[in-house]
Design a protein. Structure first.
Length: 742
């Protein structure tokens, strides 16, 4: 036994799964940087696609071979630092933030004496510092605090490209150089050291605030990653041992004590408890678990001790797949981002040209070369394209993050962008809007009490594994009906089941068998049988076959609607979306479900291969279509729809095909998914609008001499912070379905 436990402890950690390469890229500051890194990566042999996320400073690369070293070298040649994401030292980001805080504090202390006299002058006070002291304060700000701008600008020039750092370096150097010249050549001249120092300080302050805001957009990933326990308690050879969680293998039995997080995906083999799955699935209420139930890694065991056999570990676990899906969506580039990419390619050269034209126009036109230099500097500073680069990824990160916290996994940015245009939602019925299993919907007794009829029917079905038998037994349990023992149970092929209860012989029979027996009372319930069949229910007859064949009751079986289904459909209507039912069930069952849900458009008896054609017809009639399903038969329709939405309680095929996965089998999450998509896309448009407005309005004002470099620097810093802050407002979004459950 000890040897078995030691073998557990000596297992090597599981190897990381193969997949797309992810790099951390340091030094990017704007949309132009993003475009340059992408171009550099796409030139690497074997790289098929590359996507850069400025907000997470991540490069996602799809390649046909091993390209990690070549990709890192390509990024470095482009002027940036890169290393595989898995190799990122965990303390690097925190260390960088602390260093930036100290640098910013030093810059503010050095800049303040330069700014105070300028502010005081507006009130008639003249406290101007001597030129040598201004130079002494401004020089460390320019060349020490601003060193990062010079380094990045030089790398950009070496790569024959432009970026935000180049604009800041040129602009502040011009203001600093002009001030040095005036201090040496013209005694008593007004100097502009405060302009260069304030611009550098404000830009650094803007990046400092931006970094803090960006960290909040990745809060969802950090919260999910924090759910993974570092250790697991394994039962082997009768001995419990605590081992690193990454050494647990499929088939191992894990012990989960009250209050512990479940370390892996597993199936309960012993014990009963309630498990809090809220941070994994968004379900607000604890879920009862018993032998045979699945538990998800990262969920919290509430009260009972559980033994569970591991069914998935590592990259195949539910939590790992959730994190991977969120990371993938956050790293992806939305189609609307292509507009930003096209603008960023020509942005910096155009701004430099405008600044040069401003310099010449003011200098040659007015002869005031000091004003000309300052106006050109203002053009360079206010035009920095930081906000453009952050507008889309910041909103996508915030939107997909908050969606994941509510049990909605958005696979990629394209699904997020397309979902907001959805005009029709086509639902599969079985398992999507219904429970996916038969239940006793109606019982019609004849000359017998309803409770007695249910008692006898349950007795006949006792011990049977047939789905309809289980439905009868479930109904008896719900209504606290005592199930009598039965003997001599026999199944009659194609007709039903017969058994003896006490001195009576009873049967659950088909209409055909009841007719063959010429049972008394058939005519009395024939109308009810037709009515139930018209509703799409499966009808069985409870008979007493001895001492005399007679009908005791009718049983109508159907797939009951989920409690949330009606409200889910109503909410879609409130959003202006047309709900449609597409099912392979018979027309009676389909239309009955449609009436109960308030759906007017019902497509019944549709074969799996024909569902895609129905989706195409709906798109032609109404516009973009979202298909909601949970089964293998729904996969073609999910793929054919503009956006596929799969229920996490369904098959893996459906979830792999869909662009959005709902972690619970709750159809009300469909409206929530479309709602967060709309809100996220609205944030993207708002961000892009303001990012463009800053430049469209600011550049002409600066060129006309209406903005000083100091104001331009403040506006540029504010643009980046406002874009990220606006995206963070999505964190306040609440799923309406969750609100109703609570």
């Amino acid at each position: 036994m000890v040897a078995g436990a030691q073998a557990l402890l000596s297992r090597p950690p599981r190897a990381a799964p193969a997949g797309t390469l992810e790099l951390t890229v340091a030094g990017m500051t704007c949309a132009s940087c993003v475009a340059r890194v992408e171009k550099a990566l796409l030139k690497v042999p074997g790289v098929e696609a590359a996507s850069i996320n400025l907000a997470t400073e991540t490069a996602t690369i799809r390649a046909s071979g091993a390209v990690a070293d070549a990709a890192v070298e390509a990024v470095r040649r482009a002027g940036y630092e890169a290393f595989p994401k898995a190799d990122t030292p965990p303390a690097v980001q925190e260390t960088g933030i602390r260093r930036d805080t100290l640098v910013l504090a030093a810059a503010a202390l050095l800049t303040a004496p330069l700014v105070v006299p300028m502010v005081a002058e507006a009130f008639g006070a003249h406290w101007m510092l001597p030129p040598w002291l201004q130079w002494l304060l401004a020089t460390p700000v320019q060349f020490v605090v601003g060193a990062r701008f010079y380094r990045a600008a030089w790398k950009a020039l070496a790569a024959r490209a432009g970026n935000m750092d180049l604009l800041v370096a040129i602009g502040t150097s011009a203001a600093y150089g002009l001030s040095v010249y005036l201090a040496l050549a013209q005694e008593g001249a007004h100097l502009y050291f405060e302009a260069s120092a304030v611009v550098i300080t404000l830009v650094r302050a803007g990046k400092w605030l931006e970094e803090r805001a960006k960290r909040q957009t990745t809060e969802a990933i950090r919260a999910l990653a924090a759910l993974r326990p570092e250790t697991a308690r394994i039962l082997a050879d009768g001995i419990e041992r605590v081992v690193p969680a990454d050494r647990v293998q499929v088939g191992d039995v894990v012990v989960v004590l009250p209050g512990d997080r479940v370390p892996v995906d597993a199936e309960v083999t012993e014990g009963e408890s309630h498990v809090d799955e809220s941070l994994v699935t968004g379900e607000s209420l604890p879920v009862a678990k018993a032998p045979g139930s699945r538990v998800t890694g990262g969920s919290v065991n509430a009260e009972g001790r559980l033994l569970a056999r591991t069914v998935a570990v590592g990259a195949e676990s539910t939590l790992a797949r959730i994190i991977r899906a969120v990371e993938s969506a956050q790293a992806a580039k939305a189609p609307i981002q292509r507009l930003v990419d096209r603008v960023s390619e020509v942005f910096v050269p155009v701004v430099v040209a405008i600044a040069f034209a401003t310099l010449l126009a003011w200098g040659l036109g007015t002869g005031r070369w000091e004003a000309a230099v300052l106006n050109a500097v203002a053009v360079l500073v206010i035009a920095c394209p930081c906000a453009l680069g952050l507008a889309t990824p910041a909103a996508i990160m915030a939107g997909t993050g908050v969606a994941a916290q509510h049990g909605i996994l958005i696979k990629d940015a394209q699904a997020l962008e397309v979902a907001h245009r959805t005009r029709v939602v086509a639902f599969d019925k079985t398992g999507t809007l219904t429970e996916g299993k038969p239940s006793l919907v109606e019982l019609v007794p004849l000359a017998i009490a309803r409770g007695e009829a249910l008692r006898l029917a349950a007795g006949v079905q006792r011990g049977s594994s047939h789905p309809l038998a289980k439905a009868v037994l479930d109904a008896a349990q719900r209504e606290s009906v005592a199930v009598p023992p039965a003997r001599d149970v026999r199944t009659v092929a194609g007709r039903g089941v017969e058994a003896r209860i006490g001195e009576r012989t009873l049967a659950i029979a088909s209409r055909r068998w009841a007719g063959e027996l010429d049972a008394v009372g058939i005519e009395d319930l024939e109308g009810d049988g037709a009515r139930l069949a018209a509703r799409g229910l499966t009808v069985s007859w409870l008979l007493e076959t001895a001492p005399g064949p007679r009908v005791l009751a009718l049983l109508g079986f159907g797939d009951a609607l989920k409690p949330e289904a009606t409200a889910a459909v109503a909410r879609l209507r409130a959003l202006g979306i047309v709900p449609v039912l597409v099912t392979g069930d018979n027309r009676g069952a389909g239309e009955a479900a449609g009436r109960a849900l308030g759906m007017e458009d019902v497509h019944a008896e549709v074969l799996p291969e024909d569902k895609a054609a129905v989706v195409a017809a709906l798109r032609e009639a109404h516009g973009p279509v979202a298909m909601v399903g949970d089964g293998i038969n729904d996969a073609p329709a999910l793929a054919a729809a503009d956006v596929g939405i799969a229920l996490g309680t369904g098959t893996d095929v459906a979830m792999h095909t869909a662009g959005i996965t709902l972690m619970r089998g709750d159809p009300s999450l469909v409206a929530d998914a479309l709602d967060i998509s709309r809100r996220t896309y609205a944030k993207i448009r708002q961000n892009l609008f303001w990012a463009f407005v800053y430049n469209v309005v600011g550049v002409p004002l600066a060129a006309l001499g209406l903005l000083s470099p100091v104001i331009a620097g403040a506006a540029m810093a504010l643009s980046s912070v406002s874009v990220v802050s606006n995206a963070l407002l999505l964190a306040r979004w609440k799923a309406a379905g969750a609100a109703r459950r609570n």
